[in-house]
Design a protein around this ligand. Sequence first.
Ligand code: GLC
Length: 756
Amino acid sequence: MKTNRIVIAILLIVASFITTSAKALYKDAKQPIERRVENLLSQMTLEEKIGQLNQISYYEDAKFFEEIKSQVGIGQIGSLLNMNTADRVNAVQKQAMEKSRLGIPLLIARDIIHGYKTIFPIPLGQAATFDADIVEQGARIAAIEASSDGIRWKFSPMVDISRDPRWGRIAESAGEDVHLAEVMGSAMVRGYQGKNYSDPTSIAACTKHFFGYGAAEGGRDYNSTNIPMRQMHNVYLAPFEEACKDGSLTYMSSFNDNDGIPASGNKYTLTDVLRGMWGFKGFVVSDWNSIGEMVTHGFAADEKEAAMKAINAGLDMEMVTGSYVKYLKELISEGKVDINTVDNAVKNVLRVKFQLGLFENPYVVTPQTVKYSAVNLEVARKAAVESTILLKNDNEVLPLHSNVKRVLLTGPLANTPFEQMGTWTFDGDKAKTVSILKGLQDKYGKDIEITFEPGLAYSRDKSTDGITKAVEAAKNVDLIIAAVGEEAILSGEAHCMADLNLVGAQSQLIEELSKTGKPLVLIVMAGRPLTIGEQVAQSSAVLYSFHPGTMGGAALADILMGKEVPSGKTPVTFPKMVGQIPIYYSHNNSGRPATRKETLINDIPVEAGQTSLGCTSFMLDAGFDPLFPFGYGLSYGKFEYANLALDKTDYGVNDIINVTATLTNSGNREGTEVAQLYVQDKVGSIIRPVKELKSFQRVTLKQGESRQITFALPVSELAFYGIDMKKTVELGDFNLWVGGSSEARMSKEFRVKTNQ
Ligand code: GLC
């Protein structure tokens, strides 16, 4: 009898040991992640599951902090947005790890769009570098800096294709081109997440805004989009698919509806495409209250229906609305939401938390000293150099010649540390920003005498009193540098413009300065391409630096003085006037393409005959061409292309097209060129664009140096979704160009002949 009792006792101890160790399996980092996910999920209550799908935005307040802590203690919160101090994060993580029943760490998130403390050029400026490596370096630095404040998830990269500069968020994008957006988005994903996701400086990327947000009708933010299926897959989804291949751990749904379906309730894209076609295993977070806004859209009668439509469409985590916490339990009991749907969403969130190593490392380990380190600032300066586009340089007025001793620096953007950082800069410190004035004074104050007369107090300033003083000062100098453009607030979310001319009295300032007859160097800082044709004509040289970030002024000073050579290329087409929008290089040919020899409005004879002007696709008052095409940018070197050759003329679908060309720097200084390769599929089951960028490379050549450059383009890169909505390479004839912009002329033809 006694033996039995001992045996039973031993069995009970063993059983409880097995149960305990089974229960604790999810805490064992040696276990496979999927086993840990399943083990943890099996122990969670429905409330705890729903809590993981709930993201709250934090604001600093002692009472609110206590409230957050108590909700964390009962597992009601899965993620916090906008908590960004190490002590607060450590405190809430301690509450989650030690007080909550299962000890599930929080995922701390922040909008870090182009740098955390060290601010890099806005993403549109980073795209102008055509340099994936510098962009990846910047993303890595942002991740390291952010992790020192406990942030392990950032809402970037934004890969919305944007062909409408009226839209304020073009500033956050990589511009108009699919391939460039793919390259830039993937570089950021790699930079943020690093090679080892569980490294304490690895930050989960959040590729956004899924999807089509940049096609907002009229360039007005949050407006509807009407993207048909093939264009959806061939253009707007492509950079998101690329980010998935590069392992983006999360996505964010967008505010817009497409063809009447809000992205946060679109089952086709959130589930059929993202998971079914692309095999995505991470999780999707809604944009700010975008679930609740489905009621405003008229897609849901109330928040309960919005919660149902969102979770059933495949929207995993809810940002700030709170409808999941309020209604999911009820919806499950009413049979409107299946518990398996909730379980899948929770598994997606837990999987990312395990991948980030948060269960093992929930607390901050990165030292505060990483912020604004000399290395970080130098990478930011280099990125700002490469993001600057030389649009004009008459008589090689730049770099400044040795006989230029006295310079007037003027314009409302010449000494504006805050504006220079650009949109979505929550954590950058303007006191750390090097403005153009500071950049010139610090490094070149002994070489040139700088007179600073802003002319205008800020970009929208309409008072012209300061212009007189600037023009007066211009009389005593050898050359004028005028920095104009946009304050940061004029671009970014909800900041759309119907007119892209310079705001305030900036045009008058430039006009008055040009009348002085002194060489005028124009620098433009903006969140978008502006219609600056008049000012370009009035200037000898033009540098476009978008909003170049913390080290922008140092970079511009180095370019002006010749220490650095500009190499940026336009990541988006610059329209002559707003009426040309949308205008982008990879357009369809139409049945009546412009000849570019059309009679324009000032040359039309009075009583001209109805069809005398020809019937082609152009604008009477603007012609066809933009102010500057996509991929355009000058350098201090002069680059010439020759000897374009392909290794074959006929290819199979599995071949590589080997392309060679000779690039020569015939200028009188070393320079860097972005050599670009474009392709046209001449005939398809659906019409294909007149040109598509398929590859690019940065090439640095010494004065007089020639080099053979090579491209290896897999024929598979020519695949697209055709008439049958299948992604294939269609046999037929192609054109191929290599050159320094989307207006490249040097071309060859080839054929894809076989399906091998
Ligand atoms: C904003 C933006 C999104 C951002 C989010 C969190 O409205 O649309 O890009 O990440 O809300 O701040």
